[in-house]
Design a protein around this ligand. Structure first.
Ligand code: ADP
Ligand code: MG
Length: 624
């Protein structure tokens, strides 16, 4: 596959007028903005020189606070202070498996659609919360670049599905920020390290953040990053290290009573600070003074390491799983990249290095690397690098297709196709006189509708009535650079058209994607058999229906008795073999019926098309 170049239409570059582009890492725990300055990407600090913005938003009656100030407020105002909203983006209540999150907030009771949270400012959706974070960051970017941004690149996890990507885009739209594109986080990290210009091969991106762990295996081929596999743990991250350290502290202090809520929160914040210090030093002096108790003493790195080792081993297991899914071994991995603040913990580096048997790339700040890569992309996309408008392309995580007769899925765009991509396929009607068609869009790898995820349904109406198979319906699947899908169906004769922007209410989570991929491999054989039988039966039944209807309608007009009798006999015979579920026999009799009725069908088709066209105005026909 050749490198695909995309230029922004109409963007002629005046060398004196640089465009303002920025990359945003909209993280679960922290968010950042970065821009390219003097040829290098840099993250932008706030007025107090802090580069990371905690992804926490507090709603008050007088207004909204974002970041550090909101973190402080979480203690006294938990229900109005929302952290980790990213976990809720594009999700319904039923999709949220994380019980901690369910306990922390008051969700409004909605059976369909994305979750909403009850706050002092009313019902707030995760899209609004993300929009507030984006606003603060973009303001920072505008101050640094002295002007309105022309566009930003926002990063998303590789496993984010259509709904989650759409929700991310909606957040930017709500904040009135132009989005150049969404970029997969692991791809952004690889770009920050300049890996796209290196040799082709497999790259592992190990991302341990505050509350999530993701391992992504990317295959780099001629500038296109293909996601080979993703795995991870949506409830594993630096926060768990804080909990482990808090337990150590409690144990050492000898305190055995119950902890009140404020003591617990304070202990966790202290533990976090100590954990971060232990990444630099072998021992840390600690002074705790909580409402519940006070304690002073020393904590060593080795005590901490021992406590968190099982957690890190869980992440290594996920790495092994990802490799297995991609049918690779550790030695196939050419580069390992560390991402996420929690990879600063020395034992994490040590165990990752031991597993992959190579030293991971880590010289860029692991909590900034995603934003840096996004900034590089944004700078290219706004058009500041004429002649270098090459885009690194991501690929579609799961195949997209349509439901066809027999509850089968016809894949229109296969998984791992580089995006943006557009594919057209022609379909036809299955019944005589059919004037409407239900277009059912699905995502997944399996052959049967029931095993894939339903994304959207819409109807194409106004198809001129013709015999089955005469109408030509062109269905176009278009996936833009962000992985968002648009589907259009058009009847080619009349140009009647229906389209839909696919915005599913519920998305898939990473575990679902992984299990769907795995299932597609496991069930491949069984699926092929099921598909062949279903296809053969559908084909045969369609032919039975078509021939029967045609005989009833035009048989006497166009055929002699003997032919009619022969055709009816074949129809009965075919119905019989369908019942017996014998693929070969079905195909065989179906073929015979097809041959026997071919002339009849041609005669009818001529008559029908003439008839269908005769009733319409000249202009409509000429247009097509
Ligand atoms: P996310 O991608 O989830 O937004 P980050 O990549 O910002 O998260 O990682 C946040 C986590 O990294 C927190 O748990 C934080 O305590 C941890 N972290 C940051 N710096 C260090 C450090 N020096 N040592 C250990 N952990 C750190
Ligand atoms: Mg992150």
């Amino acid at each position: 596959m050749a490198l695909i170049q995309i230029t922004e239409p109409g963007v002629a570059i005046d060398p004196h007028q640089r465009k303002r582009g920025a990359g945003v890492d909209l993280g679960t725990t922290h968010s950042l903005i970065a821009v390219v300055r003097g040829g290098s990407p840099v993250t932008l600090p706030d007025a107090s020189d802090r580069h990371l913005l905690p992804s926490v938003v507090r709603y008050e009656s007088e207004g909204i606070t974002v970041g550090y100030a909101a973190v402080e407020a979480a203690r006294e105002d938990p229900f109005n202070t929302i952290a980790s909203a990213k976990r809720l983006l594009g999700r319904g209540l039923g999709d949220i498996a994380d019980r901690k999150q369910l306990q922390n907030y008051q969700f409004t009771d909605e059976s369909a659609g994305m979750v909403k949270l009850q706050t002092i400012s009313g019902e707030i959706s995760p899209v609004q919360i993300s929009a507030e974070i984006l606003r603060v960051l973009v303001l920072r970017g505008e101050e640094a670049l002295a002007g309105r941004l022309d566009g930003i690149v926002i990063t998303v996890p590789a496993y984010f599905d259509e709904a989650q990507r759409q929700a991310t885009r909606d957040a930017a739209a709500l904040a009135d920020i132009p989005v150049l594109r969404l970029l997969n986080e692991p791809t952004a990290a690889a770009i920050a390290y300049g890996l796209e210009s290196g040799d082709q091969g497999t790259i592992a991106i190990y991302d341990l953040g505050g509350g999530t762990f993701d391992i992504s295996l990317l295959n780099l081929q001629k500038g296109v990053f293909e996601v080979l596999a993703t795995a991870g743990d949506t409830s594993l991250g630096g926060d768990d290290f804080d909990e482990s350290l808090a337990r150590i502290l409690l144990h050492k202090s000898g305190y055995e009573g119950e902890l009140d809520a404020i003591s617990r929160r304070t202990l966790l914040l202290d533990a976090k600070a100590i954990k971060e210090a232990l990444s630099q030093c072998g021992r840390v002096d600690v002074e705790l003074s909580l409402p519940a108790f006070s304690w002073s003493g020393v904590v060593s790195r080795s005590e901490f390491s021992q406590a968190i080792r099982p957690l890190i081993e869980t992440s290594i297991k996920a790495c092994r799983r990802a490799l297995r899914d991609a049918d690779l071994t550790e030695s196939d991995v050419k580069q390992v990249v560390l991402v996420g603040g929690a990879t600063r913990v020395p034992l994490v580096r040590q165990l990752v290095e031991a597993f992959f048997k190579r030293q991971p790339l880590s010289h860029l700040d692991p909590d900034k690397v995603v934003a840096l890569g996004a900034a590089i992309q944004a700078n290219v996309l706004v058009g500041n690098k004429p002649g270098e408008e090459m885009l690194l392309l991501d690929v579609l995580p799961l195949s997209l297709g349509l439901e066809t007769m027999g509850s089968l899925v016809e894949k229109v765009i296969p998984r791992n196709s580089p995006i943006p991509v557009s594919r057209a396929q022609e379909f036809t009607t299955s019944r005589d006189g059919q004037t409407a068609m239900l277009i059912h869009v699905l995502q997944g790898e399996r052959e049967l509708v029931a095993d894939c995820r339903s994304l959207a349904r819409f109807e194409l109406r106004g198809i001129p009535p013709m015999v089955a198979g005469a109408a030509k319906i062109q269905v176009v699947f278009q996936v833009d650079a962000d992985g968002l899908l648009f589907v259009t169906a058009k009847e080619l004769e009349t140009q009647v058209k229906a389209s839909i922007e696919v915005k599913p209410t519920y998305g898939l989570d990473e575990a679902e994607i992984t299990s769907m991929l795995r299932a597609s491999v496991t069930y491949a054989e069984q699926d092929v058999q099921a598909r062949m039988l279903a296809e053969a039966s559908v084909d045969a039944q369609r032919q039975i229906d078509a021939v029967t209807v045609a005989l009833d309608k035009d048989g006497d007009k166009l055929l002699d008795r003997k032919t009619i009798h022969h055709l009816r006999k074949l129809v009965d015979e075919l119905a019989g073999v369908i019942d017996q579920q014998n693929i070969d026999e079905i195909d065989n009799v179906n073929k015979r019926l097809g041959q026997a009725s071919a002339d009849f069908a041609a005669m009818r088709m001529d008559a029908s098309v003439k008839e269908a066209l005769s009733g319409r105005h000249f202009e409509t026909v000429a247009e097509s």
